[in-house]
Design a protein around this ligand. Structure first.
Ligand code: MV4
Length: 507
C-alpha cells in the first residue's frame, strides 16, 4: 500500500480524499494556491505545499507544479479529485513518467471515452443503446443538413469534446440549423479548442440517470447501482439521489450490465460513471462516461455501505475488487444537496466572501462533506460549492424528511447561499412524488420567481450571529477588527423581505 498520497485538488473533495487516506494509515499531502493558504484541506493535511497564484491556471491546473510537489514530498500516488485535471490524460501520463501511481483510469481509457463520438462507437460495439444520431463528427454544414434530414427534428447539436452542455444547441426546425451550427461550433472551439460537432435526436424531457462502475486491474468490473441526477440548473446538478425513484430491479440490472460491457470494451479500471438518458417508457440511451470520482458519489456510498475513495486507492495499489457483483446490495435511500455560495435573487451569481458564522446540521442519517469553516473567506476564484449535505433514510420519504430537517438546521451567515431553494423544492408535491426530469428545475424556477431567496433564519439568529462574530473578531485581534457591518445589515434586509414573501406566496 502507498505510504503517502498527493491530493491534487482543493475544497470538500480534497478533505474527502484526505479522510480516506488517514483511515487507511496513509499520509495526505495537500497542495494549495495563494487563495487557499488557510483552508480546511491545508489544515487537515500532513504536509501542504504552495503551488502558486489563486488563478487555477497558475496552481491547480499546473501539471508541472503538482508533479514537482509529488516528487519532492515522496508521494507514491496522486488522487486528482474531480474537476481541474481529473479527466486530463496528460496528468495521468505525467504521473506514469514520474513513477507515481495515478488513482484513476489509464490515459488511454480516458482518451477513448473523452471524445463523445469515440465513446458512442465503443457503446455501439458493446451493444449499449445510444441516442439515434451520427456516430462520427460532422464534416460541414451540408453534411449537417443531410444528417438532420435523416434524424428528424427536434435534434441536438453536441460538441465532440463536450460535456456540461457547452457547445450544445437544440434545433427545433430546419431553418434554425444554420445558425445553431455556427454558434455551437464556435462555442465548442472556445471552450475545448475543438469545434467539431455531432448530432443526436433530441429527447424532450428525459431523466438523467447514471451508473457507478468500478474495475480493478485483474479484469473484474462491477456496477454499484444508479444515481438519479435529473435535478439540474443550466447543466449543473443540484440534487442527486440513489436509488432513482423510477428504476426497478430489472432496469437497474439492464443499465448496470450495459455499463459493465461498456467499461470492459474501453479497458476501464478504477471508478467511472456511465451517463444515460431514460425516457418515459423506461428506455435508456447511453450519453457519455465520466472518467473520475463524481461530486455525488456519497449517495452511492450511503446505499451500498461502501467507501468509494478507499476502493479507488486499493484498486490503484493493485488490489483485487474485494467483492463480486452478487455481493452488492442496496439498502435504503440517500439524497444530496449541493450547497453553493450563490445568490438566488440575482441569477445565482457566485457570492464569495467571509463566512461569519456556520452551523452544520447533524443527527440521524446526516452527512456533511464540507470544505469550509466559520471565519474562512470563500475565494471568488473557484467553483463556489461550499459542500454537500447528504441524508440517508430507510426509504425515500425518510431521506427527504431528514434532508428537510437538516436544511432547517443549516445556518450560513455572511454570504448568500442556495439553501432557501432546497427548503422550497423539498416541499414541492411533484418533487416529493419523484416526478422530475432534466428540465423540471428550470421550469420550476421560472414559475417560482423571487420565492427562492435566502434562508428564513429569524432576526434573533442574525443578531446572535453578528454578536458572536463581533466578539470573536475582538478577542482575536483587539477592537480593530470588526466584521463589515454593511454586509450583515443588507443581509438583514434580505431576510425581512423573505419573511414578507413567505407570508404571501405569489402562486
Ligand atoms: C441530451 C438531452 C436530450 N436529448 N441529449 C446535457 C449535458 C450532457 N451531459 C448531455 N445532456 C443532455 N443530452 C439528447 N439527445 C438532454 C440532456 C440534458 C439536459 C438538456 C437540457 C436541459 C437540462 C439537461 C439536463 C441533463 C441532460
Amino acid at each position: 500500500m502507498f505510504r503517502k498520497i498527493l491530493i491534487a485538488n482543493r475544497g470538500e473533495i480534497a478533505v474527502r480524499v484526505l479522510r480516506a487516506c488517514h483511515e487507511m494509515g496513509i499520509e495526505a499531502v495537500a497542495v494549495y494556491s495563494e487563495a487557499d493558504r488557510g483552508s480546511l484541506h491545508v489544515q487537515l493535511a500532513d504536509e501542504a505545499y504552495p503551488i502558486g497564484a489563486a488563478e487555477s491556471r497558475e496552481s491547480y491546473l499546473s501539471i508541472e507544479k503538482i508533479i514537482g510537489v509529488a516528487r519532492r514530498a515522496g508521494c507514491g500516488a496522486l488522487h486528482p479529485g474531480y474537476g481541474f485535471l481529473a479527466e486530463n490524460p496528460d496528468l495521468a501520463r505525467a504521473c506514469a513518467e514520474a513513477g507515481i501511481v495515478f488513482i484513476g483510469p489509464t490515459p488511454e481509457a480516458m482518451e477513448r471515452l473523452g471524445s463523445k463520438t469515440a465513446a458512442r462507437h465503443v457503446a455501439r460495439e458493446a451493444g449499449v443503446p445510444t441516442v439515434p444520431g451520427t456516430l462520427d463528427p460532422i464534416a460541414d454544414e451540408a453534411a449537417a443538413r443531410n444528417a438532420a434530414q435523416e434524424i428528424g427534428f427536434p435534434l441536438l447539436l453536441k460538441a465532440v469534446a463536450g460535456g456540461g452542455g457547452k457547445g450544445m444547441r437544440v434545433v427545433e426546425r430546419k431553418a434554425e440549423l444554420e445558425g445553431a451550427w455556427r454558434n455551437a461550433g464556435s462555442e465548442a472551439l472556445n471552450a475545448f479548442g475543438d469545434g467539431r460537432l455531432y448530432m443526436e435526436k433530441y429527447l424532450t424531457s428525459p431523466r438523467h440517470i447514471e451508473i457507478q462502475v468500478f474495475g480493478d486491474n485483474r479484469g473484474n468490473v462491477v456496477y454499484l447501482g444508479e444515481r438519479e441526477c435529473s435535478l439540474q440548473r443550466r447543466h449543473q446538478k443540484v440534487i442527486e439521489e440513489a436509488p432513482s425513484p423510477v428504476v426497478d430491479a430489472e432496469l437497474r440490472r439492464a443499465m448496470g450490465e450495459a455499463s459493465v460491457r461498456l467499461a470492459r470494451a474501453a479497458g476501464y479500471r478504477n471508478a467511472g460513471t456511465a451517463e444515460f438518458l431514460v425516457d418515459e417508457d423506461g428506455k435508456f440511451y447511453f450519453l457519455e462516461v465520466n472518467t473520475r470520482l463524481q461530486v455525488e458519489h456519497p449517495v452511492t456510498e450511503a446505499v451500498t455501505s461502501l467507501d468509494l475513495v478507499k476502493l479507488q486507492i486499493r484498486i490503484a495499489a493493485g488490489e483485487e475488487l474485494p467483492f463480486r457483483q452478487e455481493d452488492v446490495t442496496l439498502r435504503g435511500h440517500a439524497m444530496e444537496c449541493r450547497i453553493y455560495a450563490e445568490d438566488p435573487e440575482n441569477q445565482f451569481f457566485p457570492s464569495p466572501g467571509e463566512i461569519l458564522s456556520l452551523r452544520l446540521p447533524e443527527g440521524p442519517g446526516i452527512r456533511n462533506d464540507v470544505g469550509v469553516v466559520s471565519g474562512w473567506t470563500v475565494p471568488g476564484d473557484y467553483d463556489p460549492m461550499l459542500g454537500k449535505l447528504i441524508a440517508w433514510g430507510a426509504d425515500r420519504a425518510e431521506a427527504v424528511a431528514r434532508l428537510a430537517r437538516a436544511l432547517d438546521e443549516y445556518w450560513v451567515v455572511g454570504i448568500k447561499t442556495n439553501l432557501g431553494l432546497f427548503r422550497r423544492v423539498l416541499r414541492d408535491s411533484e418533487f416529493l412524488a419523484g416526478a422530475i426530469h432534466t428540465r423540471w428545475l428550470d421550469q420550476w424556477l421560472a414559475s417560482h420567481e423571487s420565492l427562492v431567496a435566502g434562508p428564513p433564519e429569524s432576526e434573533e439568529q442574525i443578531v446572535a450571529a453578528l454578536a458572536v462574530a463581533l466578539w470573536e473578531a475582538k478577542s482575536a485581534n483587539g477592537a480593530a477588527a470588526a466584521p463589515a457591518t454593511p454586509r450583515v445589515d443588507s443581509r438583514w434586509k434580505v431576510e425581512s423581505r423573505v419573511d414578507q414573501l413567505d407570508n404571501k406566496p405569489r402562486r
